[in-house]
Design a protein around this ligand. Structure first.
Ligand SMILES: C[S@@+](CC[C@H](N)C(=O)[O-])C[C@H]1O[C@@H](n2cnc3c(N)ncnc32)[C@H](O)[C@@H]1O
Length: 283
């Protein structure tokens, strides 16, 4: 069976079982993931692995995880969080009344959503006396289970002197040995939902009709091929109101077709990769 035919069969199987769309993902990455799982399960060849995938419960989830890279960490890429805290969130609070709603797409094991909750709790609830709500999504059901638990080991890199580091005085954060636990009241503002950014619905069912002045889509686009990237960004531009902020990963860019709609957030270093949706009257 050719590499393409094999990928297509596996993608169809994962789609029917988990509702996950892999078709826009770089084919080579999928083929490599299949090869790794084939070796790990001692399948004698690709055909045997596809058979095993159908027969063995749990193998589909293992393969899915292998295809979807889930590297993440608390306060990943510090410039982003400084830019959000110092400039972007205060501007959004001035522009958008009521509850500040954020959509966090591809959160993997959830560190990004909890980091955002911490920033918004400090600025929005403690500072501006307002409310916020975060909808955090990923296609991978296993990683979302970890995300919902909200318990992480504190690494040696998380120094006590770091001003962004969560402290026990932050309500909703507890330390237990070398673990950091996120809970109420932070957890009352965060909803984790399985959702495929490239699937049939634009946003998770609970967020239909919502608009999100803050959208985080970090380190997801790099795993998509160019048509997948354009498709994903064009979809998200529909839930991002004018004046709202889109945050990408440091190595990610807005494609040429959307550059008149999404411009770099003024005053921030380009590596923070924060963009503003330009009002139609300014284009
Ligand atoms: C490298 S992680 C990024 C985690 C986090 N955003 C960060 O930057 O630290 C990429 C995540 O995107 C998720 N992902 C990939 N394709 C997706 C899609 N179509 N819809 C939703 N999530 C997706 C993967 O499951 C994975 O957990």
């Amino acid at each position: 069976m050719s590499e393409t035919a094999l990928s297509e069969r596996v993608e169809a199987l994962l789609h029917s079982r988990y509702g996950v769309t892999l078709r826009d993902r770089q084919r080579r990455a999928v083929a490599r993931a299949i090869a790794r799982r084939g070796a790990a399960t001692c399948a004698k060849d690709a055909e045997a692995y596809v058979q095993l995938l159908s027969d063995v419960p749990g193998e589909g989830e293992q393969l899915l995880r292998e295809c979807l890279v889930g590297v993440t960490s608390l306060f990943r890429d510090r410039d982003v969080w400084t830019g959000l805290g110092d400039a972007v969130v205060p501007a959004l609070l001035r522009r958008f009344p009521g509850t500040l709603r954020a959509l966090c797409v591809g959160v993997a094991t959830g560190e990004e959503a909890w980091t955002l909750a911490l920033v918004l709790q400090r600025l929005v609830v403690d500072g501006a006396q307002r409310d916020y709500a975060i909808t955090a999504t990923d296609v991978d059901p296993h990683r979302l289970r970890v995300a919902r638990r909200g318990v992480y080991r504190i690494g040696a890199e998380d120094t006590v002197a770091d001003p962004l580091r969560p402290t026990v005085s932050d309500s909703g954060v507890r330390t237990r040995g070398d673990r950091l636990e996120f809970g109420p009241p932070l957890s009352e503002h965060v909803t984790f939902e399985q959702h495929d950014l490239l699937g049939p619905t634009l946003v998770p069912a609970s967020a239909v009709l919502a608009s999100f002045p803050l959208v985080l889509l970090r380190n997801v686009l790099i795993y998509l091929d160019p048509p997948g990237r354009d498709h994903a960004l064009a979809r998200l531009a529909r839930v991002l109101p004018e004046g709202g902020a889109l945050v990408l990963g440091e190595a990610e860019h807005v494609p040429a077709a959307l550059q008149s709609q999404l411009i770099p957030w003024r005053g921030l270093p380009p590596r923070s990769a924060i963009f503003m949706r330009v009002p139609a009257s300014h284009r």
